[in-house]
Design a protein around this ligand. Structure first.
Ligand SMILES: C[S@@+](CC[C@H](N)C(=O)[O-])C[C@H]1O[C@@H](n2cnc3c(N)ncnc32)[C@H](O)[C@@H]1O
Length: 175
């Protein structure tokens, strides 16, 4: 459901995007849909696939398997995916540096779906805003068990940006 909403939102705001980022990839189900739907898309897939404080914690061995699944599910678009197995904020600074592909200094969209705690979400928002050209969005807005809503509302108010919400608990901002 949220994946369909995300695809519709990206189409609405970016048309046929050339460069996008998913922060928090897990098994790669969303990455695969994005790469299939947008045939020109180069997708940066960011996930530490390591230790973090999830509500349902996974072992390092499980995280390793999730990374392999993410790779397997996007192998059909091997030349268009860029797997970045690093912490979110570090990955943002790598992309901002533009060393990999200088023309992508700004990415058409960034979808944030990593650590949903308030502190981590605030950190992700600050790290990724400078990377985005058009659509800044994320998952699990409006769910009381997460800190996403408070982090997004506070951050966007400070930045003078209007928060929009669409089906599937997706928040988004047009930059
Ligand atoms: C909710 S899952 C992502 C789901 C995925 N977006 C999807 O639609 O299928 C959250 C992921 O964020 C990753 N994660 C948590 N903290 C992170 C961090 N600081 N940096 C990068 N990835 C992180 C976890 O390893 C986990 O795979």
């Amino acid at each position: 459901m949220y994946r369909e909403s995300l695809v519709n939102l990206i189409r609405q705001e970016c048309g046929n995007p050339m460069f996008g980022v998913e922060v928090g990839v897990h098994r790669g189900a969303t990455s695969a849909i994005l790469l299939r739907t947008f045939p020109q898309l180069v997708l940066a897939m960011v996930d530490l696939w390591g230790e973090w404080k999830d509500v349902t914690p996974h072992t390092l061995e499980e995280q390793k398997q999730f990374r392999q699944q993410a790779m397997a599910s996007t192998n059909f678009a091997e030349s268009r995916r860029w797997i970045i197995g690093e912490d979110s904020a570090e990955a943002a600074s790598v992309l901002l540096g533009g060393w990999w592909c200088p023309q992508t200094h700004k990415w058409d969209f960034v979808f944030i779906d990593a650590d949903h705690s308030y502190e981590a979400c605030r950190r992700d928002l600050g790290a990724w805003l400078p990377v985005v050209k058009t659509l800044f969005c994320g998952h699990d807005y409006g769910k009381p068990e997460f800190g996403v809503t408070q982090a997004v509302d506070e951050f966007c108010e400070e930045q003078g940006m209007k928060v929009n919400v669409t089906e599937g608990h997706i928040w988004w901002v047009r930059k």
